[in-house]
Design a protein around this ligand. Structure first.
Ligand code: AGP
Length: 603
């Protein structure tokens, strides 16, 4: 998630911007920059890497006296983390910073290129400042030019724009990405998260989607999405920064579970259209000659890989096998060059996965990674990188990374199936319709969370948990078991439901908790009979299903049953919340579980 700060006032601007950006570091970034107009001088500085690099670059710069200033930390989604791609982006006499994804940037860029505009970066953001200046030259009015610019943008954005034409003004707009305005004693502040202004201001206005306007000296002018002027209703800012970073959630993991419904929008942005799938990252010809898929990953990423393997074979009609990276590295694998080698990694730094990738490359295989961190080692080592755009994941137990990995793999499966000509347009449209339900499916209702909180008190002991499922719900069962293990420290294992009778059912008794994933759209009768066998032996059953199951000791009714993947994601949230609530009851540090690291960069 990128970070935005802005300031209009008399105080020294370099310090204000750097302090604000530092408070947003927790959101994760790989480059940063600032731009200032003061005494009619427009200056900008950008640096790749951490803020200390930007501090170094600006150590001889200061800007006292009235002026306007904007700053940005960038989490790469379009284009590598380089200085050219870092924000702010420059037109002839204007600078812009932006959070979000401009979905129609390519058509806007094409139109501007035809007008002779020169683009410096690979980003979607740069079109904003050039479009603004294009309208400025046409309308000769910066306020109208900004309004017309915003009206043309599609997608998610939080924008701050400054221009030498209006040296005392910051233009702003918000749609889908957070942005607030805060009144401080020494001026007016902007930020993408309130942590950046706590201590500098007491009250803030949190912009709503479609709102835009400008701040001129100490006057704020706000318009709603219909273009009507609107009064700002300021609210008190939280006093504690850390809880502000958690946005009021108890743990980052909890926040990240709730974020899933919004980050999947970013994952799909520009890729999932009404009736088509686009992956600009994959150049024409890259997949020519590919007749098999091999996916390599660890932990939770291995689980998303396993789930995808069912989709590759069922939908894209291509052979797909999945390997745990630490096993793959030493098994002397047989590899063929018609196999696409896919790695999946949240961090992009997992040593086992990185080494497996290097092995595959040495064997001459094409490589593609599904990763959450641009410019990470695995991204740099891969031929193609599809970024999950989940934003920084601070909880060691992976949640939104798993959700966006699985979604992006589903998108890639459809892309490949279309290219291989093995799916109809109607099938593709139906899959896309299901995908577009995800933001709603992933929303966590208070009712659900409260039910799981109450339920969790019954699962704090026992001699272990079985999470069971079939087909894509088997990898989900593995993931549910891993979530519980790593934050509650209770023993749990995921198992294919059909395998219980081949031994594990011997464990069945009232102290064996079985979490049964019973989707309506995938082998329901089979899983139902597996669970009945367990129930008959007095195992304690927690059934998760859209269909009432009278033999369950506990039952969580799901809402959606129109598509297996929709059921998958809804049950995923339930498993994440169950692990969270059990771990909280046990008093564990959910975000930093014992013995674990967020990225395992050693063997
Ligand atoms: C998942 O909750 C764990 N934190 C862990 O299994 C993780 O998925 C694994 O270490 C792989 O990490 P990566 O996705 O960054 O490669």
């Amino acid at each position: 998630m990128c970070g935005i700060v802005g300031y209009v006032g008399e105080s020294e601007k370099r310090q204000i911007l750097l302090e604000g950006l530092k408070e947003l570091e927790y959101r994760g970034y790989d480059s940063a920059g600032i731009a200032v107009i003061s005494k009619d001088i427009l200056q900008s500085f950008k640096a790749v890497g951490k803020l200390k690099n930007l501090e170094e670059k600006t150590k001889n710069f200061s800007a006292n006296g009235f002026g306007v200033a904007i700053g940005h930390t960038r989490w790469a989604t379009h284009g590598k983390p380089t200085e050219l791609n870092a924000h702010p982006h420059l037109g002839k006499e204007s600078y812009v910073v932006h959070n979000g994804i401009i979905e129609n940037y390519q058509e806007l860029k094409k139109r501007l290129l035809q007008k002779g505009v020169n683009f410096l970066s690979q980003t979607d953001t740069e079109v904003i400042v050039h479009l603004f200046e294009d309208y400025l030259s046409l309308l000769k009015d910066s306020f109208k030019a900004f309004e017309k610019t915003i009206q043309e943008l599609e997608g998610a954005y939080a924008i701050l724009l400054i221009t030498k034409i209006e040296p005392d003004t910051i233009f702003f707009a918000k749609n889908g990405s957070p942005l607030l305005i805060a009144k401080g004693d020494d001026g007016i502040y902007f930020a993408s998260s309130d942590t950046a202004v706590i201590g500098k201001a007491k009250r803030a206005y949190y912009l709503e989607d479609g709102e835009w306007g400008y701040v001129k000296k100490d006057e704020i002018t706000l318009f709603d999405k219909e273009g009507n002027k609107k009064e700002l209703e300021f609210k008190d800012l939280p006093s504690d920064k850390l809880s502000a970073q958690k946005d009021g959630y108890r743990f980052f993991m909890e926040k990240e579970i709730y974020e899933q419904s919004s980050v999947v929008v970013d994952t799909m942005m520009g890729r999932v259209l009404e009736d088509d799938i686009h992956l600009d990252e994959i150049k024409e010809g890259f997949l020519d000659g590919i007749n098999a898929i091999k996916i390599c990953a660890c932990g939770t990423s291995f689980h998303s890989a396993m789930a995808a393997s069912y989709l590759f074979e069922r939908i894209a009609k291509i052979r797909c096998d999945v390997e745990i990276a630490s096993e793959f590295r030493y098994k002397e694998p047989l590899l063929s060059k018609d196999t696409l080698f896919i790695t999946i990694s949240q961090s992009g730094e997992t040593a086992d996965t990185l080494e497996a990738l290097k092995m595959a490359k040495r064997a001459g295989l094409k490589s593609l990674t599904i990763c959450n961190v641009d410019n990470s080692s695995i991204v740099r080592e891969s031929d193609v990188a599809l970024l999950t755009r989940a934003g920084i994941e601070k909880g060691v137990a992976s949640t939104k990374a798993f959700a966006t990995q699985t979604l992006l793999l589903w998108i890639f499966v459809l892309f490949l199936a279309k290219k291989r000509g093995v799916v109809s347009k109607e099938f593709l449209v139906n899959e896309i319709k299901a995908m577009q339900m995800l933001p709603r499916v992933l929303e966590v209702s208070d009712k659900l969370h409260e039910k799981i909180h109450r339920l969790s008190k019954r699962y704090l002991h026992g001699h272990g948990f079985f999470f069971i499922g079939r087909d894509i719900f088997y990898p989900l069962a593995l993931e549910g078991a891993l979530k519980l293990k790593e934050i509650s420290y209770l023993h749990a294992e995921g198992y294919p439901a059909g395998e219980m009778k081949h031994g594990p059912i011997a464990l069945a008794d009232s102290n064996l908790f079985t979490i049964a994933l019973m989707p309506k759209t995938m082998l329901y009768d089979k899983i139902k009979s597996n669970v009945e066998e367990l129930s008959a032996r007095d195992a304690t059953i927690l059934a998760i299903s859209p269909i009432e199951f009278e033999l369950a000791d506990d039952f969580i009714k799901t809402n959606f049953s129109s598509h297996p993947m929709i059921e998958f994601f809804e049950m995923m949230v339930i498993l994440q919340l169950l692990a969270l609530e059990i771990a909280i009851r046990l008093g564990n540090d959910v975000d930093m579980p014992r013995n674990l690291a967020k990225s395992v960069t050693v063997e």
